[in-house]
Design a protein around this ligand. Structure first.
Ligand code: ATP
Ligand code: MG
Length: 307
């Protein structure tokens, strides 16, 4: 089974506005209301690619109940710790030519809530995949993913981490199967700016030396680099598309990569399916669907070595 962990999920409320005017009433139309948060997005795209998963993490209040139902409506098993107080956040995404997002604080999460999440993850077995995605809210220790992985280190499960900064680097000692920083997140770790595939491969390799098995660096419309467990460096082009809404493209890439790997055990195919899923999400509002992803796959050329 695949488990996705989203410690701070959200309801995403997408608004379309012809031209955003601060200090005025803006007439808008609703582009969509989605159950979201990074791990939730991964679960949704996995399901669309035929891979079942359990979405876990923390929910709170009536928005948390709505999130729970929204996840189930996507055909994903929802198994969140429901907090006794607070509200799952509603993130407002304003589409007015540019993408303006309001991502608010989530509910406070206490140490006893973390223990309940650990209990839920007690079901994890050898061969399972556990995906830790998203930034860590201030009420939790920044090394929460590392702590959860510590508790699972004897299970034989594979770990995937999509997070930035310390939340990511603290997990490396638990040898995650895959980490997926974007170029900016990768650069921040080493206080450099990463602008080419060769640079991405160089710094990805350093994260590999620090413990990661496979490192996937996404570079938006510039494509993606994979440094694999043997040090092989591959590049996949991004699909040539006009981006419509890029929210969730990184999560879609993680889902595509997992689905591709579980279906074929071929990292090159996983890289291509990940790139296709990221591109298919960027090309539309909301997350990509199955036909969009496979349609995009044929537009992504072969994986090639990074020079
Ligand atoms: N403009 C685009 N054109 C084509 N493909 C894209 C575009 N933006 C994203 N993608 C695809 O999606 C993948 C992930 O995108 P990106 O690097 O923006 O992830 P991210 O920054 O982690 O995104 P997120 O905001 O979801 O965290 C890219 O490697 C690429 O395959
Ligand atoms: Mg990302």
């Amino acid at each position: 089974m695949v488990y996705t962990v989203t410690v701070n999920p959200s309801i995403d409320y997408v608004l379309r506005v012809p031209a955003l005017q601060l200090g005025h009433i803006n007439r808008c139309s609703v582009g969509g209301v989605y159950a979201a948060g990074k791990g939730v997005n991964v679960s949704v795209v996995l399901k669309r690619l035929g891979v079942d998963s359990v979405a876990t993490g923390f929910t709170a209040g009536f928005t948390g109940q709505a999130l729970y139902r929204g996840v189930q409506d996507e055909g994903v098993q929802a198994d969140f710790v429901h907090l006794r107080s607070g509200l799952t956040r509603i993130n407002v995404k304003v589409r007015a030519g540019e993408e303006t997002d309001f991502n608010c604080d989530g509910p406070d999460i206490g140490a006893s809530d973390v223990e309940l999440l650990k209990e839920k993850l007690g079901q994890v077995r050898a061969g399972d995949v556990v995906v830790f995605s998203g930034s860590v809210p201030g009420s939790l220790p920044q090394d929460i993913y590392a702590r959860l992985m510590h508790g699972l280190s004897d299970t034989g499960a594979k770990f995937i981490v999509d997070a930035a900064g310390q939340a990511l680097t603290d997990t490396l000692e638990y040898r995650p199967f895959l980490i997926k920083p974007n170029a900016e997140e990768l650069g921040q770790i080493f206080s450099v700016s990463v602008s080419s595939a060769a640079q991405a491969a160089e710094y990805a390799d350093r994260l590999r030396a620090m413990g990661a098995q496979n490192v996937l660096v996404s570079m938006g419309g510039q494509g993606a680099v994979l440094v694999d467990a043997e040090g092989g460096r591959s590049f996949a082009q991004a699909a040539q598309i006009t981006p419509v809404d890029t929210v969730g493209s990184g999560d879609s890439m993680v889902a595509g990569f997992i689905a591709g790997y579980l279906l074929t055990s071929d990292l090159g195919y996983a890289l291509r399916l990940g790139s296709a899923a990221g591109g298919a999400t960027a090309a539309r509002e909301g997350l990509a669907d199955r036909s969009g992803i496979y349609g995009m796959l044929s537009r992504i050329g072969h994986v090639r070595a990074v020079e």
